[in-house]
Ligand binder design. Structure first.
Ligand code: 13P
Length: 262
């Protein structure tokens, strides 16, 4: 499987012109990299503009796709001021959606129940879901593992197994987000936690289905630590925040990810 590199732009950049510049660079730099798939997740306001941009969105050979940073959980009725449906996203050519990001959990009151509704709706609508989990802090007693487990059991509650092939889990320890690369988690620990996550997925969805769900790492990914996570950490990809907005750094990260041995 191709490694998945997901660029989460969060609430950046402040204008359309810069968004276009960052996107054009990502598109150009992803072109021809056969071993990775690049997913760019801009704010909603830029998705339309970028998907219609000069080359008609991503170039056919770039192995790239658009993702959204959120989606609403229902569209049976449309009276939801400010919300965006999966159908709207799909009609723009969006393939992926990030659900359960810690920033939405913390600042927008999204709990496991809301996240579960969003995951079920987005999967049933045919979007690929990047479902985020991760602890606030890591204690010596291993309570953080229970925290991750609860996020997974409640967030994925009653998701039909047949939809699991469109599910991706992103492990993002909150304490490692938005810092310099030195504060990121270690590849060894990420490997260990990815095994733990895989076991929970196998319990939920059975084998081999659960084992096949890709696990990404996110939290202060940069040029220096990319290789470690993908080789020693043996994960399926990365969810990248601020470095995905720095065009030169992102270009290097894509190159490193593409060149990593299996
Ligand atoms: P940073 O890469 O800026 O730490 O952000 C990680 C993240 O939250 C991606 O979703």
């Amino acid at each position: 499987m191709k490694r998945l590199i997901v660029a989460n732009w969060k609430m950046n950049p402040p204008n359309k012109k810069t968004a276009k510049k960052i996107f054009d660079s990502a598109q150009k730099n992803a072109c021809g990299l056969k071993n990775i798939e690049v997913v760019v997740c801009p704010p909603f306001v830029y998705l339309g503009v970028l998907s219609l941009s000069a080359s008609g969105g991503f170039r056919a050979k770039s192995h790239s796709a658009f993702g959204a940073q959120d989606v609403f959980w229902d569209e049976k009725k449309t009276s939801y001021t400010g919300e965006i449906s999966a159908t709207m996203l799909k009609n723009l050519g969006v393939k992926y959606v990030i659900i359960g990001h810690s920033e939405r959990r913390e600042h927008l009151g999204e709990d496991n129940l809301i996240i579960n509704k969003k995951v079920k709706y987005a999967l049933s609508a045919g979007l690929k879901v990047v479902f985020c989990v991760g602890e606030k802090e890591r204690d010596d007693d291993g309570q953080y593992l229970n925290f991750i487990k609860t996020e997974m059991l409640e967030g994925l509650f009653s998701v039909p197994a047949k939809l699991a092939n469109n599910l991706i889990v992103a492990y993002e320890p909150i304490w490692a987000i938005g810092k310099s690369g030195k504060n990121a988690d270690s590849p060894e620990k990420v490997f260990e936690i990815s095994i733990y996550i895989k076991r929970i997925l196998a319990d939920i969805f059975g084998r081999p289905r659960g084992d096949q769900i890709p696990i990404l790492y996110g939290g202060s990914v940069d040029i220096e630590n990319t290789e470690g996570f993908l080789s020693e950490g043996r994960i399926s990809g990365l969810l990248i925040g601020h470095k995905s907005l720095e065009t030169e750094s992102f270009k290097e990260i894509l190159k490193i990810a593409n060149n990593i041995r299996k």
